[in-house]
Design a binder for this molecule. Structure first.
Ligand SMILES: CC(C)(COP(=O)(O)OP(=O)(O)OC[C@H]1O[C@@H](n2cnc3c(N)ncnc32)[C@H](O)[C@@H]1OP(=O)(O)O)[C@@H](O)C(=O)NCCC(=O)NCCS
Length: 431
């Protein structure tokens, strides 16, 4: 990945600063080494996501992940709690996995505006500033996960990865796959968090749409941070040589001794190979006193239905998850590999200008060469749709059917075939 400046040293965007100042608000870069400032900022984020007040321990937990980010806040000096920002954001440059490599993406996170200051254009200032900063730093794309699907298209973001919630009536699910040769073992949650980090790092290249995680993310998955509890447990799968190949955090709620049985929720499951993945699913499905198994934030192409004798018992509901915003079309298209050859003139519209233009896209031997063109386009779409299909998780012919892309069926199909990936793009964390 190309070297980018330390985002923490970049100056505040002047346009947003001036626009907010006109409304009596102060846009500030947060000195995240100053504990008191960060504490008030962290409380504001939690309040923004409608959570309870943070405990002292939780405030301390926030420091590490914020130490490597650029942290910003908007302050209202007229507020009785003037030390708490009325709006927050943080960002960093994350290498997002794409076919054949990584795409540097400007990750935007912790975007909140206080309920007292909502719908006055404050978030718009923050988001537009983040995109200007990313573009000025030469970062070819921006990424985020969204609390609601209606917020970010106006800034050029498109949904690029999906997640599924899988629900299984465990009492009807009979295991139909081979026995795993290794063993499933309980482990301490601290150890599980470490193993999650290691396995995530090792398996990153196998899925497109992922970004690296960080310690607090894994501690959250085992309920030692964020929604802490003492109900969660962790198991790992070790292969015949005793090597850990997978780890799962889960919790059981409800009344395990009732007719319905307990409800087992998989908090996080990561495996280095298919055998480990299957073994951990089996552990959950065959757990005694459990009636239902639910797993959130899982791939849409989970092999689960093929592991049990009645595929209908595994029910999934799908939603968008990772959002992508291409800022530099040639750099983004040239960063990934392709499944088929194609040659198209591509017209991209972008109200914010960054990705706007017409390009000749020549894809041969798995690589794209993208040059500016003045020819008539074969395919036309906006940056939102281009960002949505970029990882191969959404179908260009389907977008065409919805009127979200235009072009001949041949050109659309050719570009779509080039963009396809063997496994569904998947981002396993929230940021
Ligand atoms: C989402 C949030 C940041 C928006 O902040 P805001 O300052 O009210 O947003 P703005 O006033 O700048 O709105 C800008 C535009 O987005 C729209 N918008 C804002 N929030 C929206 C939402 N939740 N759903 C749909 N549209 C939304 C506004 O209507 C406005 O539209 P327009 O200018 O294109 O006509 C704020 O409501 C919030 O903090 N929500 C809770 C935390 C959260 O969900 N954060 C997002 C994390 S991913």
């Amino acid at each position: 990945m190309a070297e980018f400046p330390d985002v923490r040293t970049l100056p505040l965007d002047e346009t947003a600063r001036a626009a907010l100042a006109e409304r009596g608000l102060e846009y500030r870069l947060i000195e995240n080494e100053r504990a008191a400032v960060m504490e008030a900022w962290s409380h504001a984020v939690r309040r923004g996501f409608a959570g309870s007040e943070l405990t002292a321990e939780e405030v301390a937990d926030w420091r590490e992940p914020m130490s490597w980010r650029r942290v910003t806040g908007v302050y209202d000096s007229a507020s009785p709690q003037a030390d708490r920002p009325i709006a927050t954001a943080s960002s960093w440059v994350a290498p997002m996995t794409v076919p054949g490599g990584t795409l540097p993406s400007w990750a935007v996170s912790t975007v909140t505006v206080a309920a007292t200051h909502r719908r006055r254009g404050v978030a718009r200032q923050l988001l537009e500033a983040e995109l200007r900063d990313a573009h000025a730093a030469g970062v070819p794309a921006a990424g985020l996960t969204a609390s609601e699907a209606t917020i970010y298209s106006r800034y050029g973001f498109g949904p690029a990865t999906k997640i599924a919630t899988w629900k299984v009536d465990a009492r009807r699910a009979r295991w139909a796959a081979p026995d795993a040769p290794g063993r499933v073992q309980y482990i301490d949650r601290e150890d599980a968090a470490l193993l999650m980090g290691q396995l995530h790092e090792r398996t990153l290249p196998a899925r497109v749409g992922e970004i690296p995680g960080w310690p607090r993310r894994w501690r959250g998955r085992v309920a030692l941070a964020e929604d802490k509890n003492d109900v969660a447990r962790a198991v790992r799968y070790v292969d015949e040589a005793g090597e850990p190949r997978g780890v799962m955090a889960y919790q059981i709620e409800g009344n395990p001794e009732s007719d319905r049985g307990g409800e087992l929720t998989i908090r996080y499951l990561i495996a280095e190979d298919d055998v480990a993945l299957a073994a951990l699913w089996r552990f959950a499905l065959e757990h005694d006193l459990v009636g239902t198994v639910t797993a959130h934030m899982r791939p849409v192409d989970e092999p689960l239905p093929w592991l049990i004798d009645d595929a209908r018992v595994a029910v999934s509901s799908v939603t968008d998850h990772g959002w992508l915003r291409i800022l530099d079309v040639p750099a983004s298209l040239e960063a990934r590999t392709y499944a088929a050859d194609a040659s198209v003139i591509l017209r991209v519209t972008d109200p914010q200008g960054y990705a706007d233009g017409t390009w000749r896209v020549d894809i041969a031997d798995g690589r794209a060469l993208v040059t500016e063109s003045e020819d008539e386009p074969d395919v036309a779409l906006s940056v939102v749709e281009l960002s949505a299909v970029y990882l191969g998780g959404f179908s260009l012919p389907v977008l065409r059917a919805a009127g979200r892309a235009t072009g001949s069926a041949e050109a659309i199909d050719a570009l779509d075939a080039a963009l396809r990936v063997p496994r569904a793009p998947f981002l396993s964390i929230v940021y």
